[in-house]
Design a binder for this molecule. Structure first.
Ligand code: SAH
Ligand code: DHB
Ligand code: MG
Length: 221
């Protein structure tokens, strides 16, 4: 059992079920050319989140953590006409490449990219009346995950879906000695999920091209 095998199975799933696509492949190539780490969601994950968005009929999606916008493209493609993804990114260089990727994908008009630390842009979105959202995807700086969950809860409609990426982090979620604070961030995220009566939540471990990790999902009741 190895990461090579996990990756090979991801490639098999991708070949069978996920049509190759110039916009998505082009975004990954542009991210690589820009020197970004390959920390986007994997293709099977991207498509799963896309399907979640379609299952709940999402029209307004909020994403925290854009990178080059690979996940954003999957979400934007799930929208009906008139729908929008608002995506938040702290790094101007990431945002610049993401914008080019959205243009190339023909999705620029459905994507509203805001540059700045999310804890600064979230209050602006609230003040503008941007909420409620149907789906919020949390995928930025992991130590802030619990703070982002509090924002997501504030900004999501009843019946909406909140997804948190990277909540297992190679098991660090239950390892109190983890060095980078990601495990601690994940634990605070779980504590908040568990404590919030408005949320019905679960988390799923995953293996694949991105190693061993997992995502959490919560329905707002
Ligand atoms: N969702 C993307 C991957 C995001 S990687 C995908 O799957 O394709 C995490 C991103 O969060 C990085 O681009 C990083 O710059 C950004 N980020 C880190 N701290 C942030 C903050 N405080 N506010 C907004 N974005 C942040
Ligand atoms: C990493 C993976 C992610 O999905 C992410 O959002 C941030 C970082 C990583 O593997 O470093
Ligand atoms: Mg992630």
């Amino acid at each position: 059992m190895s990461e090579d095998l996990w990756s090979a199975v991801d490639a098999y799933i991708g070949d069978k079920l996920i049509t190759r696509d110039a916009a998505l492949d082009g975004a990954l190539a542009a991210n690589k050319a820009a020197g970004f780490p390959a920390i986007d969601v994997s293709p099977p994950h991207g498509k799963m989140f896309h399907l979640f968005a379609r299952m709940i009929g999402a029209r307004r999606i909020l994403e925290i953590g854009t990178l080059g916008g690979y996940s954003t493209i999957w979400f934007a493609r799930a929208l009906p006409p008139g729908g929008v993804v608002v995506t938040l990114e702290a790094e101007p260089r990431h945002a610049e490449v993401a914008r080019q990727n959205f243009e190339r994908a023909g999705l620029a008009e459905r994507i509203d990219l805001r540059v700045g630390p999310a804890l600064e842009t979230l209050p602006l979105i609230e003040a503008e009346g941007g909420a409620p959202f149907d789906l919020v995807f949390i995928d930025a700086d992991k130590p802030n995950n619990a703070n982002y969950l509090a924002w997501a809860l504030k900004l999501t409609r009843t019946g909406g879906l909140i997804i948190g990426d990277n909540v297992v982090w190679r098991g660090a979620v239950i390892d109190t000695d983890d060095a980078d604070g990601f495990g601690e961030g994940a634990r605070r995220f779980f504590d908040r999920l568990a404590a919030e009566p408005r949320l019905s939540a679960t988390a799923i471990q995953t293996v694949g091209t991105k190693g061993w990790d997992g995502f959490a999902m919560a329905l707002v009741e």
